[in-house]
Design a protein around this ligand. Structure first.
Ligand code: COA
Length: 256
């Protein structure tokens, strides 16, 4: 079965992350599938709204750490950057439904979704520094804008999770509900949006996004170049090996 289930109904294209045994960690194949599906959704006039969701206990553990360890395929032309740029420039409304942990790109991608509903068990974290890495998905630009510099520093430097209520308070999500209701709320919003004039939605979204669309694109690229370099360096390699070996990382012997 596919790691991303795609279902079209009532003008809504729903993507369900479906790699539960690895906590929905994103593989290169999943980025390729999601980016292609978004491009199709852009072109298909019958698709009016997109949903990205998962299960009641886990949204995503972020990028697959085994893929990180190989450090191949994270350049500007990589599937992950293609997915992020496609999502960031996607014209129709995108709704995310998030329950349980949303780690790394599982959290940062939400900055490019229009509406986010969270289960009260959601935990949003961007532990890039803990992994010897830097932010991605333009989170270094968008997070300080969203919540102010100091709260963003809490997320990006301390790398500790924001629980659902804290995420609601800073505007990272729109609504918090019990986990069993999150995907239903997403679908209800989607149906409301799908009943509205599509061109009015597209133009309104474009007007909100266009003032800094070029900056977002450029920051995604700038972050990707630093990220790709840091992936190969000793602190990141130690962090990935430690995760896969179920031990704490030891950064004490490293210069950087
Ligand atoms: N990449 C690859 N495999 C991952 C993964 C990831 N990002 N996250 C979890 N997994 C795998 C685990 O290795 C484990 O596999 P195994 O059963 O073959 O040993 C399985 O998924 C279950 O993970 P586990 O850690 O036991 O689940 P948990 O419920 O205790 O914790 C998380 C869930 C998401 C909190 C935890 O898995 C985690 O912190 N993952 C890493 C997140 C991360 O640092 N991502 C990179 C962000 S840039």
């Amino acid at each position: 079965m596919s790691d991303v289930l795609i279902h079209f109904e009532d003008a809504v294209l729903t993507h369900t992350l479906n790699r539960a045994h690895k906590k929905n960690a994103f593989t290169q194949e999943m980025y390729v599938g999601l980016a292609q599906s978004l491009r199709d959704a852009q072109d298909r006039s019958e698709v009016r709204v997109v949903i990205i969701q998962a299960h009641e206990t886990i949204f995503s553990a972020g990028n697959d750490i085994a893929d990180f360890l190989s450090a191949e395929g994270f350049g500007l032309d990589s599937p992950v950057i293609d997915f992020l740029q496609t999502l960031a420039s996607f014209q129709k409304p995108v709704i995310a439904s998030v329950c349980g942990p949303a780690v790394g790109i599982g959290s940062s991608m939400l900055l490019h979704c229009d509406l986010v509903v969270a289960g009260d068990n959601a935990a949003f974290s961007l532990p890039f520094v803990n992994l010897g890495l830097c932010p991605e998905a333009a989170s270094s630009l968008l997070l300080p804008q969203l919540m102010g510099y100091h709260r963003a520093a809490e997320a990006l430097l301390l790398g500790e999770p924001f629980m659902a209520e804290a995420a609601l308070e800073v505007g990272w999500v729109n609504k918090v509900v019990v986990p069993s209701e999150a995907n239903m709320v997403a679908k209800a919003w989607a149906l409301k949006l799908a009943a509205k004039p599509l061109e009015a939605l597209i133009q309104t979204k474009a007007l909100m996004k266009s003032p800094q669309a070029l900056a977002v694109k450029a920051v995604i690229e700038q972050e990707a170049m630093v990220f790709a370099r840091m992936l190969k360096e000793a602190p990141a390699q130690e962090a990935f090996s430690a995760f896969l070996e179920h031990r704490k990382p030891d950064f004490s012997k490293q210069r950087t």
